[in-house]
Design a protein around this ligand. Structure first.
Ligand code: CA
Length: 227
């Protein structure tokens, strides 16, 4: 599944141009014109990266960023602040509330895409080698192992584990998993997630290994060794 970018930007034209260019690069894009809607979409989709405008009608970008980074569920998502301001002072304020990067408008789309790539890489999205708690995955050779022993996974269980490995300990709702593993375009029942979690568990926990998949009642699942 291609990385999902959330643009929080009230200027419709700028958002449209961004969305068009990012989709042309192969990214999936969601757009929110207000801070409120942006925070809702973060909950709903758990995007892989957020482009956040500094000046929004209902809340400052600084405040939105502070909220994203204060929430354990979203704090690992990289935030790139987009701003027309360019003073050192603003930059420090942005990074002070946890923004991961800072791009001054007008920016070239090429520059922005380079920043997006760099920040996705830093957060582990799109990495070829992923590992957590003794589980390793190579996304090119499709090899998966736990404690050095090879594990065979079906394609859906592979994508599910990849999503977990990209953000260990994050609690994923079924809807978020559907979006990241199955995609938004097709309708899949949320119970399907439970079925595939069951299969993934069975493969990972062979030979009575401890269960690393945590079930959080009415919330979802997490890959969590402290579960
Ligand atoms: Ca604005």
């Amino acid at each position: 599944m291609k990385p999902l970018i959330l643009i929080i930007e009230d200027e419709q034209m700028q958002a449209q141009i961004l969305q068009y260019n990012l989709e042309a690069e192969g990214y999936r894009v969601k757009h929110a014109p207000t801070a409120d809607e942006g925070l809702l979409l973060i909950q709903e989709y758990s995007p892989d990266i957020i482009l956040l405008d500094w000046m929004l009608p209902d809340m400052s970008g600084i405040e939105v960023c502070r909220q994203i980074k204060a929430n354990p569920d979203s704090k690992a998502i990289p935030v790139i602040m987009l701003t027309a301001r360019g003073t050192e002072d603003d930059k420090v304020r942005g990074l002070g509330v946890g923004a991961d990067d800072y791009v001054v408008k007008p920016h070239s789309i090429k520059e922005l895409i380079a920043r997006i790539k760099a920040n996705l890489r830093k957060s582990g999205i799109g990495n070829i080698e992923l590992s957590y708690a003794g589980i390793t995955m190579n996304t090119e050779t499709y090899r998966v192992s736990r404690g050095g022993e090879n594990i065979k996974l079906g394609p859906t269980e592979f994508r599910l584990l990849k999503t977990f490995l990209e953000r260990p300990q994050k609690v994923w709702s079924r809807a978020q998993l559907l979006d990241h593993v199955w995609g938004t375009d097709i309708y899949v029942d949320e119970r399907t997630v439970d079925v595939h979690i069951g299969r993934l568990r069975k493969s990972l926990n062979k030979d009575n290994k401890p269960d690393l998949i945590r079930t959080i009642r009415s919330a979802g699942y997490a890959l969590d060794k402290d579960g």
